[in-house]
Design a protein. Structure first.
Length: 300
């Protein structure tokens, strides 16, 4: 990890009583604004994100593509499939962005240039303990189109062999807050759900043998929206690989499909909102935690 060493136990494994008092963080509130994915077959991916997710494609300099809609945007870069190049978060205002940069500088975290074409000057990036890039910035402008089906880009999930270390960095350095922890045994976290605004999580980490990209989620407005998304995917002959179901952490309804390169795409609805002073919840590692209706996609 760049900069000073953070205590990897303080966020993921401490007792809820120790985290019951809210701590001020310049990150709050911030939302997941866009993602950059590495792709091998750009045409197949563009076709899916256009037809399946209702996005418009624009060619960018350097061979990349922008796939955008009203509330969901993605940058596709040539490269190996199933790799998250960076996730990009937008604070509510430029003052928050400056305060976050100042905090990271004080912590000794290395500040890098922003690779995002969607953020204004002043955006920056940092590198997490697994080598992943996280970008913070102010958007250049609002979306220029409406979405055929509601689905705001809402969260992204990574896999890691070091849940505690990743959680500590995202909490203590970046300022995310723990909503729920999944434990295999006392002090042994298998997943951690982190928020950057009142919604249950805008980022999460799941334990796995190798680090990598797990999935992203679009937040719809209600159960009927999930039905409409499923019908839309069915017309494209895209099968659901998980769901419909209901997650334990977050309490959200969901379904999942895979894009042409195997990335998991979640459509979610009715995700829980968290009071500022609520202590982190604890869940037991198991299938019913991931899907209360039964049948789960287990990562470990």
């Amino acid at each position: 990890m760049s900069g000073q060493l953070l205590d990897s136990r303080r966020c993921a494994t401490r007792a809820p009583a120790e985290t019951s008092m809210p701590q001020a963080t310049p990150l709050f509130p911030a939302r997941l604004h866009h993602l950059c994915l590495s792709v091998r077959d750009a045409k197949a991916m563009i076709d899916f994100y256009r037809d399946g997710l209702g996005l418009t494609s624009t060619r960018l300099p350097g061979g990349s593509w922008l796939l955008s809609g009203g509330e969901r945007s993605f940058v596709l870069e040539p490269g190996e499939p199933q790799r998250l190049v960076y996730s990009a978060y937008a604070p509510a205002n430029a003052g928050q962005l400056d305060a976050l940069r100042d905090k990271l500088t004080r912590l000794g975290i290395r500040i890098g240039a922003s690779p995002s074409p969607l953020f204004r000057d002043g955006a920056f990036s940092v590198t997490d303990p697994d080598g992943g890039a996280v970008v913070f910035g102010m958007p250049r402008g609002p979306g220029t189109s409406s979405d055929r089906l509601p689905g705001r880009l809402q969260h992204v999930v990574k896999r890691t062999a070091h849940v505690d270390r990743m959680t500590a960095f995202y909490c203590e350095a970046l300022g995310f807050k723990v909503s729920d922890i999944v434990l295999e045994a006392p002090g042994a976290a298998t997943a951690c759900f982190l928020r950057s605004d009142p919604e249950h999580h805008s980022f999460a980490v799941f334990r796995a043998s190798e680090p990598g990209f797990d999935h992203f989620s679009l937040e719809a407005s209600c159960w009927n929206d999930l039905r409409d998304w499923a019908d839309s995917f069915a017309r494209l002959r895209v099968a659901l690989f998980w769901g419909p179901g209901r997650h334990g952490p977050g309490n959200n309804l969901f379904l999942m499909v895979r894009d042409p390169e195997g990335n998991a795409v979640e459509i979610s609805a009715e995700i829980e909102t968290i009071a500022e002073d609520r202590a982190p919840g604890e869940w037991q590692h198991g299938e019913r935690t991931l899907n209360q209706w039964g049948g789960s996609w287990m990562r470990s």
